[in-house]
Design a protein around this ligand. Sequence first.
Ligand code: 5GP
Length: 189
Amino acid sequence: MSPKPPYPPFADAPVEELLSAAEIERRVAELGHEITHHHREAGTDLMLLGVLKGSLIFLADLARHIPLPLTLDFIGIASYGDETKSSGVVQITSDISRPIEGKHVVVIEDIIDTGLTAHYLMNNLKTRKPASVKLCSLLHKPDRAEREVSIDYLGFTIPNEFVVGYGLDMAQRYRNLPYIGRVTDPSGV
Ligand code: 5GP
């Protein structure tokens, strides 16, 4: 794969494109149609629950492909570990603003890596008595799975590499990159 030509604000970014903006756009539209199809009967109880901060851009695009009445909410999760790997010790840093009891909740994640965060979160949400709770993730790295997590709506399966862009960060940067890329030289980030 040839390196991505420099994107102006990231002229020196050591990032090589893995998924183009056009590929992401197409797949996000398909996921939106699938979610719409499965939630036509949800009435006014559909809620998209974004996991901060990585899902923000994905959620914003996805929501516009779901032409149903819905609400948006967010949950902040801290998953302790080093820069590139979570430890499995998970803490809710900012909880959902309203109860989810009786709601049809679709959790929107950026990436499922070891599965530790999603496993914890899905179990936690199920104790709050939603009518249903599904998991939608843009990316999945199956090679790293440590917990079995059932992903109801999946964008792309990717190799075991650290990726940034389209909401995903490295040291809080690169979230606004319009494509998803692998970091080729972490020392240059
Ligand atoms: P898990 O608990 O599944 O190992 O980790 C999930 C979280 O780790 C994601 O929500 C994300 O914040 C972070 N993460 C895992 N892999 C990557 C990656 O390749 N790039 C970035 N930017 N974050 C990742």
